[in-house]
Write a protein that binds this ligand. Structure first.
Ligand SMILES: NC(=O)C1=CN([C@@H]2O[C@H](COP(=O)(O)OP(=O)(O)OC[C@H]3O[C@@H](n4cnc5c(N)ncnc54)[C@H](OP(=O)(O)O)[C@@H]3O)[C@@H](O)[C@H]2O)C=CC1
Ligand SMILES: CC(C)(CO)C(=O)C(=O)O
Length: 340
């Protein structure tokens, strides 16, 4: 296949960090892209276009006119594929809108964290073919219309014939995509890493700075260790999605700073600007995805006759206090809150 000819068009549902970065990279590679999003983001894109940068030092510019910008799924849209990029709490509503507007059978990649988004979307839009997918890297919105990839990795999705013609295009666009028969192990492996999202959000620090604080690492390690125990009880073997295997990560996280810097050098290859997607939610006063991350661990524990008190506590801290969750916790205060 000629990689210079896009196999079709792409609709991004939820133009935020992931949607603008992945959709923008595809647009920069010549793919016709529609960004469906909110005025906060779309107005900025209309004014400045997209500037896409990464930790390898690349910089791409996409003019606003090169993409279609829309606040709702355009009537009559027939995208070849849809990238579902809303936060977990918005999945059902966004999927229902897609289901009402798009032809039956349209393939939707759920480029979302957590375990259940594809199932939630399929329930809300049974006519669509929703595929669990995974984004390994961090994207931060640095300025209006400016999105930065601060870590590395390859997108993954459950395999589907409709995706095969797209692989060369995703590769050329700098957002390589791998297809797997089953994504469950990868999703759980990624969720273990995402247990740092609430720690990072509540630290008020960029990811790298937060991970260099021993107290925050102890909190991440405790949430992760608890989740690993629950996964073992459920017979789920999480895939390795970082340089350090999940089972060893809690021990590595608890190392003193000087040793952690050496042992976790590859893991610490994070751009100084990167912050977790949950930090954005807390900063913008939006409800966080804590229930789709820590809450998923709590529910898996319950379904196997166990408890996950530290993950439950994190849900309580952020969701229980909604709409006024704490904005920042010191490492000591967070350790105390989690009973560490
Ligand atoms: N950012 C990151 O580095 C990473 C994020 N992820 C995951 O990717 C997913 C997306 O995250 P991220 O890109 O950070 O999220 P963002 O919040 O940056 O982007 C989502 C955007 O979609 C908008 N939106 C919500 N519902 C609709 C709708 N019905 N129609 C149009 N727009 C809508 C939101 O607006 P509003 O909320 O204001 O309504 C928001 O602007 C999440 O599951 C996240 O966990 C995974 C890996 C890394
Ligand atoms: C890539 C990673 C792990 C970065 O924190 C993430 O998934 C997120 O921010 O939601």
């Amino acid at each position: 296949m000629n990689a210079d000819v896009a196999p079709g068009s792409v609709l991004v549902m939820g133009a935020g960090s992931i949607g603008c970065y992945v959709g923008g990279c595809l647009a920069a590679a010549g793919v016709p892209v529609t960004l469906v999003g909110r005025p906060r983001v779309l107005d900025a894109v209309a004014q400045h276009g997209l500037t896409l940068t990464d930790l390898e030092g690349n910089k791409r510019k996409v003019e606003a006119g090169a993409m279609q910008l829309a606040q709702a799924v355009p009537v009559g849209a027939k995208p070849s594929i849809v990238l579902l990029c809303v936060k977990s709490g918005a999945t059902a509503e966004a999927a229902a809108e897609l289901g009402a507007a798009l032809p039956a059978g349209t393939v939707v990649l759920s480029l979302q964290n957590g375990i259940s988004n594809a199932a939630v979307a399929s329930k809300a839009a049974p006519g669509l073919k929703v595929l669990p997918s995974m984004v390994p890297y961090n994207i931060a919105e640095l300025a209006p219309g400016a999105f930065h990839r601060g870590t590395t990795g390859r997108l993954m999705s459950v395999a589907h014939d409709a995706l095969k013609p797209w692989l060369a295009t995703f590769e050329k666009a700098g957002v390589p995509l791998d297809l797997l028969a089953d994504l469950r192990a990868v999703q759980w492996g990624k969720l273990l890493i995402n247990l740092n999202n609430p720690v990072n959000a509540l630290s008020g620090l960029p990811l790298r700075e937060e991970l260099l604080q021993h107290g925050y690492r102890r909190c991440f390690a405790a949430l992760m260790e608890e989740a690993i125990g629950v996964l073992a009880a459920a017979g789920i073997e999480p895939a390795q999605v970082t340089a350090v295997p999940a089972r060893r990560l809690p021990t590595v996280l608890r190392l003193p700073n000087w040793l952690f810097r050496i042992v976790a050098a590859r893991m610490l290859k994070i751009d100084a600007k990167a912050r977790s997607s949950m930090a954005d939610d807390l900063a913008l006063g939006r409800r966080t995805e804590v229930d789709a991350l820590c809450g998923e661990v709590v529910r898996l524990a319950q379904s196997h006759g166990r408890t996950a008190p530290r993950n439950a506590k994190m849900v309580e801290l952020l969701d229980g206090a909604w709409p006024k969750p704490p904005q920042q916790l010191s490492p000591d205060a967070m350790c105390r809150a989690l009973g560490i």
